[in-house]
Design a protein around this ligand. Structure first.
Ligand SMILES: *Cc1c(COP(=O)(O)O)cnc(C)c1O
Length: 515
């Protein structure tokens, strides 16, 4: 151990271990990276400062009892630390990122350039509105295009992610039901294949969740929905295209049946990337739908944020849209920030300030630079790419639902039967091949799911390489080489980790090693 408590001698290599058999723990030119606190060299700083003059504390009994524990670091140490951390970041700018249900799509650099314009990036949400008319106009224009693309009459711009948008939609539905005096509508219908945020949102809003079983073809049938409808149903939360990557062909009949029974139709619009420019959700009978700008309109995401989840609303729900929103006044654009100034009956506010401004700039840049034809082309290419992957892998992997898919290709683990290899093992071997794994074990309605979403910008060469790697691994598994998979990943700085333990019992606080 060195003075910072780090190992200086290698351990024996273990499957679960961190050691790669080198003296340093580094691998090639990839360095182990200690925590910045472990790099602490007390007394070292990046700048020379004069000793602070003696001061008399005016904090009374609130005097600091000890230092605040910042590490002592030179400038080169800090630069190397953060540079090395940045190189460990894997993202869509590194290579294909085939996570399904996440749409890790390319973010054109034009969007970044515009988001960095000082007039957008240097403004403050508490500035007088007369000084940020351009920013308000941008929010208003983006709102206009989101309404145009979806065919919906209203949009709430402030929700900060898809799940936050779901909450916004369900709160609007709850407010509308309360206004109708129908507080007995407490049940929310959610198909089994739904993203976990759907039932979580409904439960968080105080509704009870009633699961609708999926049909053998991966879709929701109008009969199954009708069987669940009743005077206590508040709404259905339906994803379209659904999380199996399939369009719901009975969506209109389902919407009509729910409306006839007095309920609302919340559409989870996370998969809107597959249908932009081709389907207007308003024509499907949607009352509320969130749009993940960070999926469909290319604003970057990952690592916990930022997201942006505007919610388009039907005429029935628009009066309950949350504050704030932009209106056209006599002296330009204005934010309605208080219920007393609102025309409708806003249910409240989703977050501080006005929404994710940087995401709005990027999304509008994406929409305007593509134009109607470009957006339509992007959704078509996303679907084409997914179908290419599906077509070229379906003879070696197993497909739960036949026929064309939308923007993501779903496989199950039947092709791994009796090989001793699980979906997780397979994914670990993909890492050694240089591919970030697809979404695994979701949706839950198929066993050992592989959900692959290439997105529209992956060129055929990349798809072919990915397909080649997947075919190679499928062949290896079927040839009985389970050992290859059980030992993977071999080439990562960390190998098999206790992922459940890390999620359930995260260790988030570093404690210095005992002296
Ligand atoms: C991503 C996703 C969500 C949640 O969106 P966030 O922006 O991650 O909160 C909800 N439903 C589906 C189907 C999704 O893919």
């Amino acid at each position: 151990m060195n003075t910072q408590g780090r190992k200086t001698t290698p351990d024996a290599e273990t499957a679960a271990g961190t050691d790669v058999g080198t003296y340093t723990g580094n691998r090639g030119l990839v360095h182990e990276e200690p925590l910045i606190f472990e790099l602490d060299n007390p007394g070292v700083t990046g700048v020379d400062l004069e000793a602070a003059p003696a001061v008399t504390s005016r904090l009374g009994g609130l005097k600091a009892r000890a230092g605040i524990g910042l590490p002592g670091l030179s400038e080169p140490t800090v630069v190397r630390h953060y540079t090395r951390l940045s190189q460990k970041n894997f993202g869509i700018d590194s290579t294909m990122y085939p996570l399904g249900s996440c749409t890790m799509k390319h973010n054109p650099r034009l969007n970044e350039k515009l988001a960095r314009l000082a007039g957008f990036s240097d403004i403050h949400p508490m500035q007088p509105q007369s000084t940020v008319q351009g920013a308000l106009e941008l929010i208003d224009q983006l709102a206009h295009w989101l309404k145009t693309l979806t065919g919906m009459p209203a949009v709430a711009m402030s929700p900060a992610a898809g799940a936050h948008g779901e909450l916004c939609g369900l709160m609007a539905i709850r407010a509308a039901l309360q206004a109708r005096g129908e507080t007995g509508r407490t049940r929310v219908l959610v198909p089994e294949s739904a993203h976990g945020t759907n039932p979580a949102t409904a439960a968080f809003c105080g509704f009870t969740v009633d699961a609708i079983p999926a049909e053998a073809n991966g879709r929701v049938s109008v009969e199954a929905v009708k069987a669940k409808l009743g005077p206590d149903v508040a709404c259905i939360m339906l994803t379209n295209p659904n999380t199996c990557g399939l369009f719901e062909p009975q969506v209109k009949e389902i919407a009509d049946a729910v409306h006839a029974a007095g309920g609302y139709f919340y559409c989870d619009g996370a998969n809107y990337n597959a249908i932009v420019g081709r389907v207007r959700p308003a024509d499907l009978g949607v009352d509320a739908m969130h749009i993940n700008l960070h999926k469909t309109f290319s604003t970057p995401h990952g690592g916990g944020g930022p997201g942006s989840g505007p919610v388009v609303l039907s005429d029935a729900l628009a009066p309950y849209a949350p504050l704030p929103y932009v209106v056209h006044g006599a002296d330009g654009l204005r934010l309605v920030e208080h219920a007393a100034d609102a025309e409708g009956r806003p249910f409240g506010r989703m977050k501080a300030f006005h929404g994710q401004m940087g995401m709005f700039v990027r999304a509008l840049a994406y929409i305007l630079s593509h134009g109607a034809d470009g957006l339509r082309q992007a959704s078509s290419d996303a679907v084409l790419n997914a179908n290419y992957v599906k077509a070229r892998l379906q003879d070696v992997m197993s497909v739960p639902f036949d026929g064309y898919c939308m923007h993501e290709a779903l496989f199950d683990d039947r092709f791994l039967k009796d090989t001793g290899v699980t979906t997780l093992d397979f994914a670990k071997a993909m890492i050694d091949e240089g591919f970030h794994p697809m979404t695994m074990y979701f949706p839950l309605v198929v066993h050992g799911a592989f959900l692959i979403e290439p997105t529209e910008t992956e060129p055929k060469a990349t798809l072919d390489q990915f397909i080649g790697a997947m075919r190679h691994l499928a062949g290896k598994a079927k040839a009985g080489d389970a050992a290859h998979f059980l030992a993977a990943p071999r080439y990562t700085p960390r190998r098999r980790l206790d992922e459940t333990g890390a999620a359930r019992k995260p260790v988030l606080r570093w404690t210095p090693p005992a002296a």
